[in-house]
Design a protein around this ligand. Sequence first.
Ligand code: SF4
Ligand code: SF4
Length: 287
Amino acid sequence: MAEGFTILIDGKRAEARPGETILDVLRREQVETPTLCNHQHLTPAKTCRACVVELKGSRPLVASCERKAEPDMEVRTDSERVQNARRGVFELLLSQNDVSTAPGLVSQAEQLGAVPDRYRGQKYERGFFDDNKLYVRDFDKCILCYRCVEACGPDVQNTFALTVAGRGFTAGISAGFDETLVDSACVFCGNCVEVCPTGALMDRREHTLRAQGRYDESQQDVVQTTCSYCGVGCQLDLHVDRRRNEIVKVTSPDQHPITLGFLCVKGRYGYSFLEAEDKPEEAVKGA
Ligand code: SF4
Ligand code: SF4
């Protein structure tokens, strides 16, 4: 195994291992570093610039999620330049986006002291799409982090239904040539929904319950089970509203060795039969 080496972070020595990014080292050293597009199971898209650091010898700031650590690197995370750049990223996002379902983004913005209305001006409405039975797309909440594109592409799903289309303010996530999802290549695995950090992509049931003021995570229990649709054995976490004994969504743990949090359409969305009036056990009881 290749030997580790040291780098300097804010003047302190830190151990790094070959292949690690600067962000990997920052996290191990518990140096608070904001991230938005970064996801543990996806290739860094390097789009958000929230994790930038100063690197001795580099004129521009570098994205710590992407830059590999090298021996004797000197990294600064605590300089005014870094803090200003990070704060600016969040202030621009807060000025343009609906962040009502993005608590992670809001708390990171608060920690950086971002001023939500520093950049006022015209907001560009990018549309709400409600074109299928399983999930909705609200692009006024989209921060163009590309996580959904990566998850639909080679990192997870290999379906390639999503891409980024348009430029500047009109850039947005598109299924094919702005087709409806039903007419696109989408197979409705929901893995893009799973990785979306802002709620721009949201399961229909969660969206409906939120709109009715009935979505309350404090009233939900997580029940573990194993998907029975095939022999792979994916673990399912059923999020059950205990007030109504109703499944509100299905996920899988992101550290599960089989799923890494990703599922197929059957595991994620194929549970409505449990709520059917004539489900088998009732039919048996009535026989
Ligand atoms: S549901 Fe699955 S196939 Fe459809 S766009 Fe999302 S990741 Fe791609
Ligand atoms: S829809 Fe969600 S995951 Fe996709 S780019 Fe927008 S914020 Fe990121």
